[in-house]
Design a protein around this ligand. Structure first.
Ligand SMILES: Cc1cc2nc3c(=O)[nH]c(=O)nc-3n(C[C@H](O)[C@H](O)[C@H](O)COP(=O)(O)OP(=O)(O)OC[C@H]3O[C@@H](n4cnc5c(N)ncnc54)[C@H](O)[C@@H]3O)c2cc1C
Length: 391
C-alpha cells in the first residue's frame, strides 16, 4: 500500500499556495540559482548584524518570506492553523542565533516555554524545536564539551543554569504533551548536548518520546552512537527520541578540522552520508519499541527508504513511532503527500526577528544555491505546478 505512495503529486503539494504565492516562490528560487546573489545576501546580512542597516526590508520580503513563518507568534500560529487543514503538523522554531548575554538566554527560554504551553492549549499535536546555542554562549559550550558528565563533576553555577533552562523546557513539554526536538549544531558542542539530552530522555521519556535529540548522519561516529542509544534506552527502560538529519555544516566542519590539523569528523563523500542516513533510519525503525524516529530530510530516496522500513518491520501505529519532517519553504511534495497518505508529516516553522534569523537564512540559501542540489528540485516542482495550473 504505502509503497505505491506518489511523492510527486504537485496538486496536493502546493494546494495551500495561491497562484501569486507560487509564482513568488518560483522567482525567489530562480534568483537563488546565482551564487553572486547569495554572496550579496551574505554581505548585506552581515551588514545588518553589525550595523543594523535598513536592508531588513529586502531580506524580509525575499528569503525570509519564503523560509520563515513570520516575525511574531501570531503569524506563526496562523500558518500552523493553515497547515493543519492539510493534516500537516508544525514544529515551531523560535529563531535567535548568535546571542551572547544571559538576559537573552533567559528570555529565549521563557519564550520557548510559553510557546510550548500555548501549543499544548491551542494547537495540540504540534511540536517545538530548540537550538541550545540560543540558551548559552557557544564559546562557553565549546569549552565544556567533552567534560565529564553528570553535572556535579563540572558543577559550576553557569553550567547549572544552562542545565536548568533545558530541564525547564523538557518539564514544560512533558506537562503539556508537546514534543521537543533539540537541534544539532557544530560537532565541537555535540558531546555535551548528547549527555544532557540523554539525561532528559531518561527523565521525561518513560512512557513515550517527548524529548528528541538530533543526529547528523554526515558524522562518522553517529551509527555507533545510535547503537549506544538503543542499548541505553533498553537497559534504562525509556524511549529514545532520535531525529535524523544529514547535517547542515559540512564545509564548516571540514574547515575547522583542517585548521586544527585533525581528521574531518564528516564523511568524505555524499554517497557515504546517504548510506549512513539510510542505515540509521533502518536501525531506528527496526528498534521501534525503544526508539521514536523523526526522518528529517528533503531527500525523496531516503523518505521512500524509511517508508519501506515501516513496512519491512511491520511498525504498528507508525504515526506515533516514525515521523517525517521538512523545512518550511522546501520539499512541499514530501510533506503534503506524506500527510495525505496517512503519515505523520510536519514542517519546521522558524519565526522571529529578521536579524536573528539571518544565519538560518544563509544556511538555507546556500543549500538552495547549487544547481545539482535542492534548487533544481524546488524549481522543477514549482514550474510543474505553475504549468499544471495554467493548462
Ligand atoms: C526538518 C529538518 C530539520 C533539520 N534540523 C537540522 C539540525 O538540527 N541540525 C542540522 O545540522 N541540520 C538540520 N537540518 C538540515 C539537514 O541537516 C540538511 O542540511 C538538509 O536537510 C539537506 O539534507 P537532505 O537530507 O535534506 O538532502 P540531500 O540534498 O540529499 O543531502 C544534502 C546533504 O548531504 C550532505 N552532503 C552533501 N555533500 C556531501 C559531501 N561531499 N560529503 C559528505 N556529506 C555531504 C550534507 O549533509 C548536505 O546537507 C534539518 C533539516 C530538516 C528537513
Amino acid at each position: 500500500m504505502k509503497n505505491s505512495i506518489n511523492l510527486g503529486d504537485l496538486k496536493k503539494a502546493f494546494a495551500y499556495k495561491s497562484n501569486i504565492e507560487l509564482r513568488y516562490s518560483y522567482y525567489i528560487f530562480k534568483v537563488l540559482q546565482y551564487p553572486r546573489i547569495l554572496k550579496l545576501l551574505s554581505a548585506s546580512a552581515n551588514g545588518i548584524l553589525k550595523h543594523k542597516l535598513p536592508l531588513k526590508f529586502m531580506i524580509k520580503n525575499t528569503v525570509f518570506k519564503i523560509f520563515c513563518a513570520g516575525e511574531t507568534i501570531e503569524e506563526a500560529f496562523s500558518l500552523i492553523k493553515l497547515l493543519d487543514k492539510y493534516h500537516v503538523r508544525s514544529v515551531l522554531d523560535y529563531v535567535s542565533e548568535g546571542e551572547k548575554t544571559d538576559v537573552v538566554f533567559e528570555r529565549n527560554t521563557n519564550i520557548i516555554a510559553e510557546n510550548i504551553v500555548k501549543l499544548g492549549k491551542e494547537a495540540p499535536g504540534n511540536y517545538v524545536s530548540v537550538k541550545l546555542s540560543g540558551l548559552e554562549d557557544t564559546i562557553y559550550l565549546e569549552s565544556i564539551n567533552g567534560k565529564q558528565f553528570p553535572i556535579e563533576v563540572i558543577a559550576p553555577f553557569r553550567f547549572q543554569k544552562f542545565y536548568n533552562r533545558i530541564d525547564l523546557l523538557c518539564k514544560t513539554a512533558r506537562e503539556n504533551n508537546v514534543v521537543v526536538y533539540f537541534d544539532a549544531e557544530d560537532r565541537c558542542m555535540q558531546d555535551i548536548f548528547d549527555a544532557i539530552i540523554e539525561s532528559m530522555m531518561e527523565k521525561y521519556n518513560k512512557e513515550d518520546a517527548i524529548v528528541f535529540n538530533t543526529l547528523q548522519m554526515y558524522l562518522k561516529d553517529r551509527l555507533d552512537y545510535i547503537d549506544f542509544l538503543i542499548q541505553e534506552a533498553t537497559e534504562k527502560k525509556y524511549i529514545s527520541g532520535i531525529k535524523l538529519v544529514r547535517g547542515a555544516y559540512v564545509e564548516k566542519e571540514r574547515r575547522l578540522a583542517y585548521l586544527e590539523n585533525r581528521n574531518s569528523p564528516v564523511y568524505d563523500t555524499k554517497p557515504q552520508t546517504d548510506n549512513a542516513f539510510n542505515a540509521a533510519a533502518d536501525k531506528c525503525i527496526k528498534s521501534n519499541t525503544v526508539v521514536s524516529t523523526c526522518i528529517a530530510t528533503h531527500n525523496d530516496e531516503s523518505t521512500l527508504h524509511a517508508i519501506n522500513c515501516i513496512e519491512k518491520y511491520a511498525v504498528e501505529n507508525h504515526q506515533r513511532k516514525v515521523r517525517f519532517s521538512q523545512l518550511f519553504g522546501m520539499s512541499d511534495n514530501l510533506t503534503f503527500n506524506l500527510a495525505a497518505n496517512g503519515f505523520n508529516a510536519s514542517k519546521y516553522l522558524p519565526y522571529g526577528e529578521v536579524q536573528k534569523a539571518i544565519p538560518y537564512l544563509i544556511r538555507r540559501s546556500e543549500e538552495n544555491s547549487s544547481m545539482d542540489g535542492q534548487v533544481s528540485r524546488e524549481l522543477l516542482q514549482l514550474e510543474g505546478e505553475l504549468q499544471r495550473r495554467s493548462s
